[in-house]
Design a protein around this ligand. Structure first.
Ligand code: DAK
Length: 257
């Protein structure tokens, strides 16, 4: 891995993916995104990992897709390169992903953060979809996910002007879970990850799938999936352990089975 660093032994059950192209403000070139895709595929299969954190540097989560790599491409080049599959892996990952964002999260960087399940932001974080300023528009979910997260009026303003949102604004619009001082954002992301990692990975995975489905389908279909996933948790030993531990007034020990 040249442009990312993966650590899976800092805390039990929590893996950290650090984007590591600091001089380019973590601009997302193709290789970096392929490395993220490969790391997510491996971590999703690894039983010793229950929650994944993606972070950048203090200065930049990611300043967008690599403009220098894209600048001279034709529409057909873009179509044939088809980076969509690398982005799709983020969405397909079954384990929860937390984005720990400090500094710039712009364009593809903002889209990467929004594709994660939750966002913990440093007070220095700046979110935006500035593609319009370079003569293009969001291409990895920005027009859809930002609109669903913060509503049409504000999303339209950000996407049509390229303006940035401060961390606090992003929190007040519901894009971000929590804003903390810049020394704390990674710590806070780990706290959230550790809390989730103690719970049944089976139930966490099914609950994540159900929440995500609410963005993709009608209420009726979403409720049906939710009910089936709820019933499915009763096939796990974790559900038996969780309810037995409640009755016996002790802490449950979830095995992910
Ligand atoms: N690409 C390439 N290099 C970048 C970059 C980027 N997005 N952002 C920054 N850099 C590089 C700069 O060129 C500079 O490199 P050197 O000149 O030192 O070699 C270095 O990082 C430091 O940047 P600055 O000198 O500009 O630093 P400042 O603090 O002055 O400004 C800034 C920081 C973030 C405001 C500024 O760098 C900036 O405006 N960056 C561009 C932001 C942007 O427009 N982002 C959107 C890019 S378009 C797709 C999926 C997604 C996408 C496309 C397709 N498919 C699925 C097909 C996404 C598209 C985008 O994200």
């Amino acid at each position: 891995m040249e442009f990312i660093k993966v650590t899976d032994n800092k805390e039990p059950y929590v893996a950290l993916i650090e984007l590591n192209r600091p001089k380019e403000l973590n601009a997302l070139n193709r290789q970096l995104m392929e490395e993220v895709r490969d790391a997510l595929q491996q971590l999703d299969k690894n039983d010793a990992v229950r929650v994944i954190i993606i972070t950048g540097s203090e200065q930049a989560f990611a300043a967008g897709a690599d403009i220098k790599q894209m600048a001279d491409k034709t529409a057909i080049d873009m179509l044939m390169i088809d980076q969509i599959s690398t982005w799709d892996q983020i969405r397909k990952t079954k384990k929860p992903i937390i984005a720990a964002v400090s500094g710039f999260a712009l364009g593809g960087g903002c889209e990467l953060a929004m594709t994660c399940d939750m966002i913990i932001a440093s007070e220095t974080a700046k979110f935006g979809q500035p593609e319009i300023k370079i003569g293009t528009m969001p291409g990895a979910g920005g027009t859809q996910r930002l609109t669903k997260a913060i509503g049409k009026a504000k999303a339209m303003e950000l996407i049509l002007t390229g303006r940035f949102l401060s961390a606090e604004e992003a929190r007040s619009y519901g894009l971000v879970n929590k804003v903390v001082p810049k020394e704390m954002y990674l710590y806070e992301a780990f706290q959230l990850a550790k809390e989730i990692a103690q719970l049944s990975p089976v139930a966490v995975q099914l609950a994540k799938e159900s929440v995500n489905r609410s963005f993709e389908t009608h209420l009726d279909e979403g409720l049906t999936l939710e009910r089936k996933n709820f019933y499915l948790t009763f096939a796990s030993t974790d559900q038996k352990e969780g309810m037995q531990a409640f009755v016996e007034k002790r802490k449950p020990d979830f095995k992910g089975k």
